[in-house]
Design a protein around this ligand. Structure first.
Ligand code: FE2
Ligand code: FE2
Length: 270
């Protein structure tokens, strides 16, 4: 069976991990056309927290990625790195920041997109281990799901931006059967545990990243190594070289909201 073959009545989502700086944007532009051609996704998302120079977002970089074919962005802790991004997340409902930040911070933590008759709820949450002390991603996630229920949104996607695998796996079990797809981001390293949980929730602990393959999570390896070896501060720089994109493709039943097929995406080129 052709890998891209699928049942009618399903909605295909493609989601990329964190796009790291210019190299990451180049990687998306390099690989997205062929992935679209081969897999024909109905909706394409990515995490944008490292989009502009590796730290935060800018108007130029967000526009560049929308023109390249990305439909929506989730983010995480680095969304606050550039002031320019604050206005963008305030005015553009396609760009999310984690929902469990304190009340009053700019932007929104979830959004509802429409494709034909299909409504898709996108939710962004952040973990609390080795990150800021945000509100509980579990309980805030519950609150957001209630809002999506009111709007009859059957297809629900969560990007859980978190450091530890245990917190991510736990959140997967907590929301199993109540959302269509849970993808982890933030570590920039793709995990091999993509699966459909018993309740029908597609799950992966981390999507990985889009950026320089021969790097330390997207940054120049020489600089990262020097920081580890000397324990002295040194500015990170986005790495260049061989391009890589990591992500996931999920087929979601439009009527039940359950994932029926999940496939990891990993492409690289010298
Ligand atoms: Fe990141
Ligand atoms: Fe992050």
């Amino acid at each position: 069976m052709d890998k891209s073959e699928r049942n009618s009545g399903t909605f295909r989502v493609l989601m990329f991990g964190d796009i790291i700086g210019k190299t990451g944007r180049q990687a998306v532009k390099e690989f997205l056309p062929e992935i679209k051609e081969e897999k024909k996704p109905d909706l394409i998302g990515a995490n944008c927290e490292n989009l502009a120079g590796g730290f935060g977002i800018s108007e130029k970089t967000v526009k560049e990625m929308f023109s390249a074919g990305i439909d929506f962005f989730t983010s995480g802790n680095h969304i606050w790195d550039k002031r320019e991004g604050y206005e963008l997340i305030k005015r553009d409902p396609r760009i999310l920041r984690p929902a469990n930040y304190p009340k009053g911070v700019p932007g929104r933590g979830y959004t509802i997109l429409t494709r034909g008759d299909v409504k898709i709820g996108i939710v962004n949450l952040q973990g609390r281990k080795f990150l800021s002390e945000v509100d509980s991603p579990f309980y805030i996630g519950d609150d957001v799901l209630k809002e999506l229920e009111k709007e009859d949104v059957t297809i629900r996607i969560i990007d859980f931006h978190a450091e530890t695998t245990s917190e991510k796996v736990a959140l997967g079990w907590y929301f199993d059967g109540r959302v269509s797809l849970i993808v982890g981001t933030h570590t920039h390293v793709q995990t091999a545990d993509s699966r459909i949980l018993p309740g029908g929730t597609g799950y992966i602990t981390d999507l990985g990243m889009c950026g320089a393959r021969d790097s330390v999570i997207g940054m120049k390896k020489e600089i990262a190594l020097e920081r580890f070896l000397k324990l002295m501060p040194k500015r990170f720089e986005v790495a260049k070289g061989a391009l890589m994109v990591n992500g996931i493709l999920a087929d979601i039943d439009i009527n039940t909201g359950k994932t029926v097929k999940i496939e990891r995406i990993w492409k690289e080129r010298e």
